[in-house]
Design a binder for this molecule. Structure first.
Ligand SMILES: [Zn+2]
Length: 407
């Protein structure tokens, strides 16, 4: 893979051994659509390791044996690429980037990043905004990324909006991040300007420790995307920007509760489709409504048109997010009279069976870099509480009943 940055535009050329269908770090297959993309709202004089890492979040799935950058990187960064992916990276010749002093939040506007903000109210936001690609038709005009960026601007927090069409480098399964870390590409290029030593993501317990989303669905202390000792964690650290997961130890029920109790409550938005408010009918809206109803202990409020969106949570587990479905089934009044009734057969819906999801898994706080750990720990102590050993065991035995593959 050969990588070139010119005035915010990344172009890359595949080497003969590279392939246009690759795999992201969660083993999800991704197909390449086009070999260039742009990032706006960033300076053009960042440390070469930051340019290299930003590029790697985009080109990693398609790179097999080597990656050649247009400017020399540090030996430390090249070594982290080799250790993590087995690729030869170069040219080598820069001094490593010293770790910066500040933590920024990769702010999406969803409940998880609002909860992270509650822990670090002074942290600046970097918001990623999708924009159209000049050469790829936009078949997703209903994605209102402009609405989310406008909401971020009303929070009153120090904000950098990064605009990018990098999601259109993916042909399949749909436009999106080639690696989950690509959401950070712009933040990385801003890291010198903002003096960043850490970047906080809103990944919660399910994503970090339970192998959730499109990953394996079992306990994942060595999660390759988010563990500090995993390949991405070590690569970010080599560039002097640590991956920080402030809400990595708590469930989506807790991040929802914290977000709804936050000064940013009115700005919380996880839906990409609504303009005046969430659409209430997309899959994400239905899932989050289930969690919100559970947290607020009120009946479910889902419009009729959304019924078919719930199908994925009515099938037999395992599936990503099932811990939250079980949590909600145990708490939403009248759930047996809703479209979720068939799911009741699959779970123990006694509240005690899911009360571990109301507390924080302590190792998640212990893995936060020391500079920011105490602030998370005291926030958790005051607002959430840590899991008991029995509750922690629920995390550590998660998925023991199933094989490696998600259904
Ligand atoms: Zn929606």
């Amino acid at each position: 893979m050969r990588v070139t940055w010119t005035a915010g535009t990344l172009s890359f050329r595949l080497d003969p051994e590279d392939e246009i269908t690759g795999k992201a770090s969660d083993d999800y297959p991704v197909k390449l659509a086009t070999n260039s993309c742009s990032i706006g709202g960033v300076p053009d004089d960042a440390h070469p390791d930051l340019f290299a890492l930003a590029a790697w979040t985009i080109v990693a799935p398609w790179t097999r044996r080597r990656v050649t950058f247009d400017r020399a990187v540090s030996a430390e960064l090249a070594e982290a690429l080799h250790a993590g992916w087995g690729v030869e990276a170069g040219p080598v010749g820069a001094l490593p980037r010293p770790q910066g002093a500040r933590l920024a939040i990769s702010y999406s506007g969803g409940a998880d990043s609002v909860a992270a903000t509650a822990m670090y109210p002074e942290a600046p936001f970097v918001h990623f905004q999708r924009v159209p690609h000049p050469r790829v038709p936009n078949r997703w005009p209903h994605y209102r990324s402009d609405v989310l960026a406008e909401l971020a601007a009303t929070t009153g927090h120090e904000l950098s909006v990064v605009t990018s069409d990098l999601e259109y480098t993916l042909a399949e399964p749909r436009p999106g991040y080639p690696e989950h870390h690509a959401v950070a590409a712009g933040a990385l290029l801003l890291a010198d300007q903002l003096d960043l030593g850490g970047l906080a993501f809103g990944y919660e317990l399910g994503s970090r420790w339970l192998g959730g989303d499109r990953y394996v669905g079992r306990f994942t202390p060595d999660n390759p995307m988010w563990a500090p000792h995993g390949r991405w964690g070590r690569l970010f650290a080599a560039a002097g920007v640590h991956i920080v997961l402030p809400v990595g130890g708590v469930s989506e029920a807790v991040t929802m509760r914290l977000a709804l109790g936050s000064p940013l409550r009115e700005q919380v938005r996880w839906c990409l489709q609504g303009t005046d408010g969430p659409c209430r009918t997309c899959g994400k809206c239905v899932y989050k409504e289930l969690i919100q109803a559970a947290v607020e202990r009120r009946p479910l409020d889902i419009p009729r048109g959304a019924t078919n969106r719930a199908r994925k949570w009515l099938k037999k587990p395992p599936y990503g997010g099932q811990e939250m479905v079980q949590y909600a089934l145990a708490r939403v009044p009248g759930i047996e009279d809703t479209l979720f009734a068939p799911a009741l057969d699959y779970f123990d819906v006694a509240e005690e069976a899911t009360s571990w999801l109301d507390h924080c898994y302590r190792p998640a706080v212990e893995e936060i870099p020391e500079a920011w750990r105490a602030q998370t720990a005291s926030f958790v102590e005051a607002n959430v509480g840590f899991m008991t050993p029995d509750e922690a065991r629920r995390v550590e035995t998660w998925g023991a009943w199933q094989g490696e593959e998600m259904v």
